[in-house]
Design a protein around this ligand. Sequence first.
Ligand code: ADP
Ligand code: MG
Length: 261
Amino acid sequence: MADVKIAEPPHLMTDLKTLCLATIGAHWERFAQEARRKRQPHADYLADLVSLEVAKRRERRIQRRIQDARFPILKTLDGFDFSAQPGLDRDEVLELSRGEFVTQAANVVLLGGVGTGKTHLAIALGLACCQQDHRVRFTTAAELTNAFVEAKSEGRLSRKLEQMARYDVVILDELGYVPFDREGADLLFSFITRVYERRSLVVTTNLPFAKWSEVFHDATAAAAVIDRIVHHATVLQTQGSSYRLKTAKTRSRRRKPMSTP
Ligand code: ADP
Ligand code: MG
């Protein structure tokens, strides 16, 4: 039997609109019919409706967090083949994905050669943080440094630093791929100092710490950066040859027998 229509109380829709309760507006009637059918107490009806509004809002906020993070591509831990990285402790990575490091303002350093999955893991951790409602921003070390240099030349450095320091997690990809000039190194250093013990950094690098002085020009500056990043950090080391090359080789090996008659 079809549900009997429930008369819409006057002002309900305008009031819901005023309070920006769009989900309640879209679902109150269906919930009311269900409540009538199930003889649900009024308080439970109200609670169910409000909790749907809360859930939908959280969903939308998380979608916004993911967009604001500006990931170059979406990667997940589910999509990471841990068997290709036997040196990585899967449980440790999964523990990090629960996001406690963010509440502790601790850092993660992913260290390893090209194609070994550093960026993949950094994005996957960042995505997990977004899903826990943290504000995340993905950027490369070079991009961020250039943004600071540009902001400084335009007299808006402190605003830029403040804007970046508002994120709970900043992913600094590819530290060490491109060396900075002294100004760039100093600006990146001031950012790292500013967020030290307040925010989390997820850094990916192909450079062992001993070689960071090549990027930061002098050993003292490099030591100061390493000290701040590594002080409360989990360092994950990826090893072996490039996953891309490895999978490409496996694919071509697989293809061969098919091409032979
Ligand atoms: P890196 O940042 O260390 O140079 P990436 O994370 O960019 O390497 O990895 C290169 C490519 O290989 C990406 O498409 C990534 O998703 C994939 N990849 C690397 N390692 C793995 C892995 N263990 N499991 C699944 N995909 C991987
Ligand atoms: Mg990378």
